[in-house]
Ligand binder design. Structure first.
Ligand SMILES: CC(C)(COP(=O)(O)OP(=O)(O)OC[C@H]1O[C@@H](n2cnc3c(N)ncnc32)[C@H](O)[C@@H]1OP(=O)(O)O)[C@@H](O)C(=O)NCCC(=O)NCCS
Length: 168
C-alpha cells in the first residue's frame, strides 16, 4: 500500500477528532488511549508542534504528533526530574494513531522515524513517550524503534503508563 506523508495543519482538526473516535471504538481496552480534547489537538496542529499525516489516496490513514512541552507539565521529562535545560532538549511523541483499515504497514514506526528527524533538526536530543503497558502493538513498535523503558508511572488521573526514552 502506498502512502504519502504530509505535515498537517489546523484544517485537519476535524479529521483527527474523527480518527481518535474511530480508534476508541476499536480499542481492545479503553485505557490504552487518553482522549485528547479538541483544544489540545488544535494546539498540536500549530507551531512549534509537528503533526505528520500518512495519506492513502485521499484518506488520512494515520498521524503522529511531536510535542514540545518545554518547561510545562506536559513535558514527560518532568517524570524523570529533568533540569530546565534538559526539558528544553526533550520532546514528546505525544500521540500516534493508525486507522484500523491501514494497520499492519509499519506506519507507527515510519511516522515516529520522521518525527525523530524533525526533532533532531530542532535541536532535540531526547524523545519521550508513554504507552499503556498492555498495548502490545505500540509497545513493540517503541522497543523496535530503539526506545528504552524507564519503568511504570501513574499518569492521567490514575492510569498506569510505561515511559519510554530514546536519545537521538
Ligand atoms: C499502535 C498502532 C499505531 C500500530 O499501528 P501500525 O503501525 O499500523 O502497526 P504495525 O504495522 O506495527 O502492525 C504490526 C502487526 O500488528 C497488527 N496490529 C497493529 N495494530 C493493531 C490493533 N490495534 N489491533 C489488532 N492488530 C493490530 C497489524 O495488523 C500487524 O499484523 P501482521 O503483522 O499480522 O500484519 C495502532 O494499533 C493504533 O493506532 N492503535 C490505537 C491507538 C494507539 O494505541 N496508539 C498508540 C498509543 S499513543
Amino acid at each position: 500500500m502506498e502512502f504519502l506523508f504530509q505535515d498537517l495543519n489546523e484544517e485537519a482538526l476535524s479529521t483527527l477528532l474523527e480518527i481518535q473516535e474511530e480508534a476508541f471504538a476499536h480499542l481492545e481496552n479503553p485505557d490504552f488511549l487518553r482522549r485528547n480534547s479538541e483544544d489540545m489537538l488544535l494546539s498540536c496542529l500549530r507551531p512549534p508542534h509537528v503533526c505528520i499525516g500518512a495519506y492513502h489516496k485521499n484518506t488520512l490513514a494515520g498521524f503522529a504528533i511531536l510535542y514540545f512541552g518545554e518547561d510545562s507539565e506536559e513535558n514527560l521529562g518532568k517524570l524523570l526530574s529533568f533540569s530546565t535545560e534538559s526539558l528544553f532538549s526533550a520532546a514528546n511523541i505525544k500521540l500516534v494513531i493508525v486507522r484500523p483499515a491501514f494497520q499492519g504497514h509499519g506506519l507507527q514506526r515510519t511516522l515516529m522515524l520522521m518525527l525523530e528527524s524533525r526533532a533532531k533538526q530542532r535541536g532535540i536530543s531526547t524523545l519521550l513517550s508513554t504507552v499503556a503497558p498492555d498495548n502490545r502493538f505500540s509497545r513493540q513498535n517503541m522497543i523496535r524503534a530503539g526506545y528504552q523503558s524507564q519503568g511504570l508511572y501513574q499518569k492521567y488521573g490514575g492510569l498506569t503508563r510505561e515511559l519510554f526514552l530514546k536519545e537521538i
